[in-house]
Write a protein that binds this ligand. Structure first.
Ligand SMILES: Nc1nc2c(c(=O)[nH]1)N[C@H]1C(S)=C(S)[C@@H](COP(=O)(O)OP(=O)(O)OC[C@H]3O[C@@H](n4cnc5c(=O)[nH]c(N)nc54)[C@H](O)[C@@H]3O)O[C@H]1N2
Ligand SMILES: Nc1nc2c(c(=O)[nH]1)N[C@H]1C(S)=C(S)[C@@H](COP(=O)(O)OP(=O)(O)OC[C@H]3O[C@@H](n4cnc5c(=O)[nH]c(N)nc54)[C@H](O)[C@@H]3O)O[C@H]1N2
Ligand code: SF4
Ligand SMILES: [Mo]
Length: 719
């Protein structure tokens, strides 16, 4: 449905339109009705391919989050961090930001500034941030929270298959006979896709078979035919073991390996040296369960694997991804309907962020900073002198905050992410932001944990207040309509970035409208793996969504990639990449004897700036907690509801205990949603470790060592 009236008239009468849900990467299209400046109703759009009318509780409660008192609706600045913010008009604010950035660039050079964006920015905004920082400033310190999320997944695809992006699509759920869910709690984190799987299993007598590989018996695992409760961090051991056993059973697709895969001999040589008994011990799951998993893989004719942060948030994240893709390659479970690796994307536009190059190592169109010809292509397109884009790799998310603390970085512009709640080792993050010369934060709300530490606040238009483009987990590129005027002076993110660039006197940022930004960007994808050139803004607005690659305006889009078994590597062959198991960076020891993992729950989104405003969602889960196995609770003398003090080498957390036998003994789980705004010492990220995967630089948010004791009432520092 199109807009019924021009934006200025919208607020006075009901408008109806469709926009992609601003939460998870399922990318549900939501039908919304707005009037009097707010959203009255939302429901799943019935014909949308991603959700076919489906919606979860987070999407359905969006109207409760739209007009809160903490809405940021005016640019604000302050001179010192202890001063109050004062409101500014946009032209003053843009000039202020432009002058301060220009001053720092002049005094310290381009490597002293950074942009830290988000998979929640639309592609237009993310593209312009890349153009401004990488192109005009000449710094690749241009990263996003997708570094905490999809970086290992992106590198896993690139190294194994030759290009980022999943080969698979949601319709594969209907074709698979075996679904592996590895390190993903789909029932809570990607519920509408999980509902689709459940619906087919209900209708088809339990088909496809569902196996879940997760150290916790999650709500996803509880509905599976097989749950493999592996030791956290032991995925490579499990996947290598499965490969060895499949080989021994003669369950390999030898023809596929011969014709389409490189590195086969080296792979078997490398993992052939592993001792199977040692691998079984490392995995720590019942031997019969592992046997059953191998049996099912061997018998499958179409194996689809969904995976998410249990693989990525690890110091062996890329190794885990390569090892899972290895399983698909050795069994030929790729390049056919119902089969293949399928990374579930976290955020609504983490995929789009990768397409426009909003990760420190990337450039638009799945190009790489490290590739001189890629840099040259982009410079020419942007009409910049040769050498404008730096060859130096940029600082990634965690590295940026280390750089701010050490003084190497002076300024950071943060947009659509809340690092003072979501990054690991929050004490370090606070020190970094306190040390920074300039912190610009672009958000829809204030205060957040991060806006509280800013010098400049830039008010962004909220969901439904702007048009924009996002790409979901299955490469579906979607247009979202605008139904509301932005609150107060808030502006779409892309306009803010373009406004700062223009205030700095930079050419190339005069766009007539959002569509002009999109149309410029897709020109950079011609002939690339993520070819979007057949979906200019007009077509996308009309057709609502199209799946890439889509190389021509009469092309229908592509459901599945690599059906011809030609991979985007130089010789067209995929690669087996062997990894040997490595332990997590901070194993439990005598001093910190328990392992803490963290993640999501169904009712809440990240740092609660949205879902924390919904009474309905707060009624489901209103406060933070830590889950502990009954055996550990008994040993520690902890009862349900008691306040426990958790301590790691970096910080302390005090939250009530929930006893839960779905964990492995020795493992604790805490949701990461609650930050400092909700109370002191409640954020799990004071405990987490900023250990990084050596290739992807994604932090090991899923594993750190902690000690626990019961908090004695009245004793604030039980540790
Ligand atoms: N409700 C809700 N949904 C969301 C989000 C949200 O905030 N709330 N956020 C979105 C975003 S950005 C993301 S990235 C996704 C994340 O979605 P998921 O990755 O599904 O969610 P998590 O809870 O972070 O972690 C998934 C699982 O990994 C398991 N795990 C931990 N360590 C290991 C390990 O070593 N191996 C294996 N195999 N598993 C392990 C955990 O027990 C957990 O069940 O969710 C998206 N959807
Ligand atoms: N311990 C632990 N920590 C984790 C994780 C974990 O599993 N465990 N997961 C990590 C992962 S995968 C992720 S993705 C991150 C997520 O972490 P964050 O990105 O920090 O979380 P959000 O709360 O989504 O922050 C988004 C911010 O953008 C604002 N916002 C919303 N819409 C817009 C918009 O349109 N424009 C602008 N400018 N602002 C907007 C919101 O108000 C909010 O302040 O957390 C990571 N941190
Ligand atoms: S499943 Fe994800 S995209 Fe769909 S309504 Fe729920 S949060 Fe939004
Ligand atoms: Mo994420």
């Amino acid at each position: 449905m199109n807009l019924l009236s021009a934006p200025s008239e919208i607020d006075h009468r009901a408008t109806i339109g469709e926009a992609i849900c601003p939460y998870c990467g399922v990318g549900c299209r939501l039908w919304a009705e707005a009037a009097y400046g707010t959203v009255l109703r939302v429901k799943g759009a019935p014909l949308a391919p991603a959700n076919r009318g489906g919606i979860c509780a987070k999407g359905a409660t969006l109207p409760q989050t739209m007009n809160p008192p903490d809405r940021l609706s005016q640019p604000q600045v302050r001179t010192g961090r202890r001063d109050h913010f004062r409101p500014l008009k946009w032209d003053q604010a843009l000039r202020h930001v432009a002058n301060r950035l220009a001053d720092i660039l002049q005094r310290h050079g381009p490597q002293a500034v950074a942009f830290y964006g988000s998979g929640q920015l639309d592609s237009e905004a993310a593209y312009l941030a890349v153009k401004l920082f990488k192109g005009c400033f000449g710094t690749n310190n241009t990263d996003s929270n997708s570094r905490l999320c999809m970086a290992s997944s992106a590198l896993g695809y690139l190294s194994s298959l030759g290009a980022d992006g999943p080969p698979t699509c949601y319709d594969d759920v209907d074709q698979a006979d075996l679904v592996l869910v590895v390190g993903s709690n789909m029932a809570e984190a990607h519920p509408v896709t999980f509902d689709r799987l459940k619906a087919r299993r209900a209708a088809e007598n339990g088909r496809p078979y569902l196996a879940v590989i997760d150290p916790r018996r999650t709500r996803t695992a509880a509905q599976a035919d097989l749950h493999v409760p592996l030791a956290p961090g032991s995925d490579v051991a499990l996947l290598d073991l499965a490969a060895l056993r499949l080989a021994r059973r003669g369950a390999l697709d030898e023809a596929f390996l011969r014709d389409h895969v490189d590195g086969v001999d080296a792979f078997w040589q490398a993992i052939g040296r592993l001792d199977e008994a040692a691998l079984v011990a490392a995995v720590g799951a019942p031997a019969a369960t592992i046997d059953e998993l191998v049996e099912r893989i061997a018998a499958s004719r179409a194996m689809l694997s969904f995976y998410c942060m249990g693989l990525g948030q690890s110091s062996a994240g890329v190794a885990k991804h390569n090892s899972l893709i290895n399983l698909h390659l050795i069994t030929g479970q790729i390049s056919k309907p119902g089969a293949g690796p399928f990374s579930l994307t976290g955020q609504p536009n983490a995929m789009g962020g990768r397409e426009v190059g909003l990760l420190a190592h990337q450039l638009p169109g799945y190009r790489l900073v490290a590739d001189a010809s890629h840099r040259r292509e982009i410079e020419q397109y942007w009409r910049l002198p040769a050498g404008s884009i730096s060859a130096a790799p940029g600082q990634t998310a965690v590295e940026m905050f280390r750089g701010l603390e050490s003084g190497r970085l002076k300024a950071i512009w943060i947009a659509a992410t809340n690092p003072a709640a979501s990054l690991p080792d929050l004490h370090q993050v606070r020190r970094a932001l306190e040390r920074a010369e300039l912190v610009i934060v672009q958000d829809v709300f204030h205060p957040t944990e991060t806006t509280r530490l800013a010098d400049v606040l830039l008010p962004a238009a909220n969901w439904l207040e702007k048009e924009g483009t996002t790409t979901n987990s299955e490469r579906m590129v979607s247009h979202s309509e605008r139904l509301l005027s932005p609150a107060g002076a808030a502006r779409p993110d892309w306009e803010i970035v373009a406004g700062v660039a223009r205030a700095m006197g930079l050419p190339g940022f005069d766009y007539a409208n959002r569509g002009a930004v999109w149309d410029e960007f897709i020109g950079l994808t011609v002939g690339r793996p993520c070819d979007l050139s057949g979906m200019p803004a007009d077509r996308l607005r009309q057709e609502k969504q199209l799946q890439w690659p889509c190389p021509a305006v009469d092309h229908p889009g592509t459901k599945r990639r690599y059906l011809d078994r030609v991979f985007p590597t130089p010789n067209g062959r995929a690669r087996l990449i062997a990894h040997l198991p490595t332990p997590p960076k901070e194993p439990a020891d005598a001093e910190f004897p328990l392992v803490l993992t963290s993640g999501r729950i169904y009712a809440h989104w990240h740092t609660l700036t949205r879902t924390g405003k919904s009474d309905k969602l707060l009624a489901r889960d209103g406060s933070p907690y830590v889950e502990i196995h009954p055996i550990d609770a008994e040993r520690l003398g902890l009862a349900a509801g008691e306040l426990a003090t958790l301590q790691s080498r970096r910080g302390v957390m005090r939250v009530p205990v929930r006893i839960n036998d779905s964990l492995r003994p020795g493992l604790l789980f805490a949701p990461f949603h609650w930050g400092d705004l909700w109370g002191d010492d409640q954020a799990v990220n004071y405990l987490t470790i900023a250990a990084l995967d050596p290739q992807s630089k994604q932090p090991e948010l899923k594993y750190c060592a902690v000690a626990v004791e019961e908090a004695r009432l009245g004793n604030g520092s039980a540790c």
